[in-house]
Design a protein around this ligand. Structure first.
Ligand SMILES: *[C@@H]1O[C@H](CO)[C@@H](O)[C@H](O)[C@H]1NC(C)=O
Length: 122
């Protein structure tokens, strides 16, 4: 008798802990990840990543217009900011696999949404 009460208690504890885990995932955007530029990446790599990512986005009917002067992600006007936006758009559009956020070791997977102000990351 006492033994089965203890088992029920542990079963409930297990169910509750699984549930709070999934709630945590929901709060985090269901485990979504983003791709951003490595702060240590050099300018040439970032510039070529922008070209590459934006070209491939075009093949999916998307574009990098948000990092052009009229776009919502143009400011701050830095290579690292523009490259992060472009690489993330590519990463989201092509299936969010780790190798799609490698860019010859100049990118990082982020577990938090890099969006800021009016600049929305996909
Ligand atoms: C870029 O994509 C946006 C959103 O899909 C679209 O509204 C816009 O017309 C596109 N711009 C160009 C230059 O294709």
């Amino acid at each position: 008798m006492a033994k089965s009460i203890v088992s029920v208690f542990f079963f409930l504890l297990l169910v509750l802990s699984i549930d709070s885990g999934s709630l945590l995932k929901l709060a985090n955007g269901q485990g979504k990840t983003w791709c951003v530029a490595k702060p240590s990446a050099d300018a040439a790599a970032l510039a070529s990543n922008i070209d590459y990512a934006c070209n491939y986005l075009g093949l999916k009917g998307q574009n990098c217009s948000q990092i052009l002067p009229e776009g919502t992600c143009f400011d701050p006007d830095t290579l690292i900011n523009h490259a992060s936006y472009a690489m993330n758009s590519y990463y989201q559009a092509y299936g969010r696999q780790p190798h799609q956020c490698y860019f010859t070791d100049s990118a990082l997977i982020s577990i938090s949404d890099p969006s800021y102000g009016n600049c929305q990351y996909a």
